[in-house]
Design a protein around this ligand. Structure first.
Ligand SMILES: [Zn+2]
Length: 126
């Protein structure tokens, strides 16, 4: 039995051989550890490189869809704010807690307790 050539092994690693030729090489490597080693070497040199973070086509598509969705949400928010009106949109962004016009209890405006003088008539009668 003749040994497969380096070219054969390389083509095997690149998956460019027909099924029958691959079968013959495999059958040969079962009986010939030397060629099995060569085949492993060829696969290591020419085979597809293992990429741990390799993204499949569908992974990429789902990422693109996710980014598009995020952009759509951001654009929707922007459109919502700008459709309310430039000034009010700015107010919403800058003063989110207390909208203008809410009555605030400042010390001056708070009702004074005990400030009223006692009724003079009550003192006179008692
Ligand atoms: Zn061999």
């Amino acid at each position: 039995m003749s040994h497969p050539t380096d070219q054969d092994l390389r083509n095997y690693a690149l998956d460019e051989l027909g099924r029958y030729k691959k079968f013959r090489i495999i059958e040969h490597c079962k009986e010939c550890p030397e060629c099995a080693e060569r085949l492993i070497e060829a696969a290591r040199e020419h085979g597809p490189e293992p990429e741990p973070f390799r993204l499949s086509k569908w992974n990429k598509i789902s990422i693109v869809v996710m980014i598009v969705a995020l952009l759509a949400v951001a654009f929707g928010m922007y459109w919502l704010l700008s459709s309310v009106g430039q000034s009010s949109a700015r107010d919403l962004l800058e003063t989110p807690a207390v909208p203008e016009g809410t009555p605030s209890l400042s010390p001056e405006e708070a009702p004074q307790e005990g400030g009223e003088p006692l009724d003079p008539d009550a003192e006179r009668l008692g």
